[in-house]
Design a protein around this ligand. Structure first.
Ligand code: PFF
Length: 460
């Protein structure tokens, strides 16, 4: 025990981490905010009936997202280690809770495989938008431009590898000088751009129709499948259920108020999703486009929408720059999961870990990059690799990881340790809040996630 304490404290001293409160917030928010807000959230809301979907998503965020996210950050900070090692040292000897971290590493590769491809389109679109080649108010033209990009194996691969190199380069700089420094600069820019775009969209004629689409519920659209989709989105959005927040939690400062920081991140993340919705839907309606256009909403409808408005060229460039920024913070956190496990668990140097992760990802990710071209007909369970990796991570691995985390905290780790960790060893007076939270973690969240998973997957 004493020996373990000594190693723990020397590991703490040597370990890189976030250096300021704002840095913690920027990096954590940087992980949460991403393509999920700007690409997934609008198209899922559009395809699943607008406001009723939003309501289910909000409930999932509060009842599932918040407790799981707090739990993860808490465990990471308590152990100060990567996702696998943290659970190894926090759990009683011989119990396999570390598998949550191991599945997290798997999920990181699956998610990054398709995520880096969507990011690849976004980065490509920044340049295409600047050059004006995608500026047309005719959706048939923007649609053909997007189809040409997706169907071109060379372009798809090269943009994806370019994105991977860019993210790898930042990761090489480390946690404080890489992840923290970059997200601290990018997050404020992201908010600024989003507000400019939101205001622009709201000033368009017919904006009210877009808002009512986003805010008027249609409960007939809510099925078990839609509830699972909304919950999967909550996991994906908050980067939880796969060890990302354990990893980032391990870089948190000791005096950081975890419940408060989590609430702030959750609130700001919701704000970004709403702003993205507000920037997108009023404009879509104003120019008479179709909101439920699926994943291509961002790449086909949006360029056409921008081309229809005055100064659309400038706003379109801003939109894709903003989306690229959002994707960057998220990708840094996804890759940090395997990188930190390789460093912490297997003693690999950080540069080697980054290199190895990138190479493996270039291989696995190429199946997604080529989903629209050479591998278009390669399907498992009726899905191409791009969709399969998305579905398996959001609807299976992350929710299952969330259940396991709650069971671990609620039934193994226990209230006393949780109170100690989340009150910063008694410095914060939040006993009432923690009791309520513990109840939710122990009973409500795991049951709820299990029910939603089983019914959404059609088990009953
Ligand atoms: N939260 C990110 C988004 O909404 O775009 C995606 C994500 C990041 C998922 C990190 C998982 C993760 F570990």
């Amino acid at each position: 025990m004493t020996q373990q304490n000594t190693t723990t404290s020397s590991a703490k001293l040597a370990r890189d981490g976030f250096t300021s409160s704002f840095g913690v917030l920027a990096a954590t928010l940087g992980s949460a905010v991403g393509l999920g807000n700007i690409w997934k959230f609008p198209y899922l809301t559009g395809a699943n009936g607008g406001a009723s979907f939003l309501l289910v998503y909000l409930l999932a965020t509060l009842l599932v997202g918040l407790p799981v996210m707090i739990s993860e950050i808490m465990l990471g900070r308590a152990a100060k280690r990567d996702a696998v090692s943290s659970l190894k040292i926090l759990a009683p000897a011989g119990q396999p809770w570390w598998l949550i971290g191991a599945f997290g590493v798997l999920a990181a590769f699956l998610i990054m495989s398709f995520y880096s491809e969507v990011a690849a389109w976004v980065f490509a679109y920044v340049f295409k938008a600047m050059g004006g080649s995608i500026l047309s108010s005719d959706p048939a033209v923007t649609s053909a431009a997007f189809a040409a990009l997706v169907a071109d194996p060379v372009q798809s691969l090269l943009w994806q590898w370019g994105v991977l190199l860019f993210i790898g380069g930042i990761l090489l700089l480390g946690v404080s000088k890489g992840i923290e420094a970059v997200t601290k600069k990018l997050m404020p820019v992201l908010f600024l751009l989003l507000i400019v775009l939101g205001v622009r969209s709201l000033m368009l004629p017919g904006a009210a129709q877009g808002l009512s689409f986003l805010f008027t519920p249609d409960f007939s659209k809510i099925t078990a499948g839609v509830v699972l989709t909304a919950m999967g989105l909550a996991f994906f959005k908050l980067s939880i259920g796969m060890g990302t927040m354990i990893t980032y939690g391990s870089y948190f400062k000791d005096d950081q108020n975890i419940p408060l920081t989590t609430l702030r991140v959750m609130g700001a993340d919701l704000f970004v999703s709403m702003l993205a919705g507000i920037a997108i839907f009023p404009a879509v309606f104003s120019f008479g486009f179709e909101p439920a256009a699926g994943p291509s909403l961002v790449f086909i409808t949006i360029p056409a929408v921008f081309a229809s408005m005055p100064f659309g060229h400038v706003f379109m460039v801003l939109f894709f720059v903003l989306t690229a920024i959002a994707a960057t913070g998220a990708m840094l956190s996804i890759l940090e999961v395997p990188v930190s496990v390789m460093v912490g668990r297997f003693g690999v140097s950080r540069p080697r870990a980054v290199l190895f992760t990138l190479l493996l990802l270039a291989a696995i990710g190429s199946t997604c990059a080529l989903s629209g071209s050479l591998l278009a007909d390669f399907k498992l369970f009726g899905l191409n690799m791009f969709d399969l990796f998305d579905e398996v991570s959001s609807k299976l691995i992350m929710p299952a990881g969330g259940i396991a985390l709650c069971l671990f905290v609620g039934w193994v780790w226990g209230f006393d340790r949780m109170r100690d960790a989340l009150s910063n060893h008694g410095q914060l007076q939040n006993e009432g809040l923690l009791r309520a939270l513990f109840f939710v973690i122990r009973y409500v969240t795991p049951l709820l996630v299990l029910l939603v998973m089983l019914s959404g997957l059609g088990v009953f």
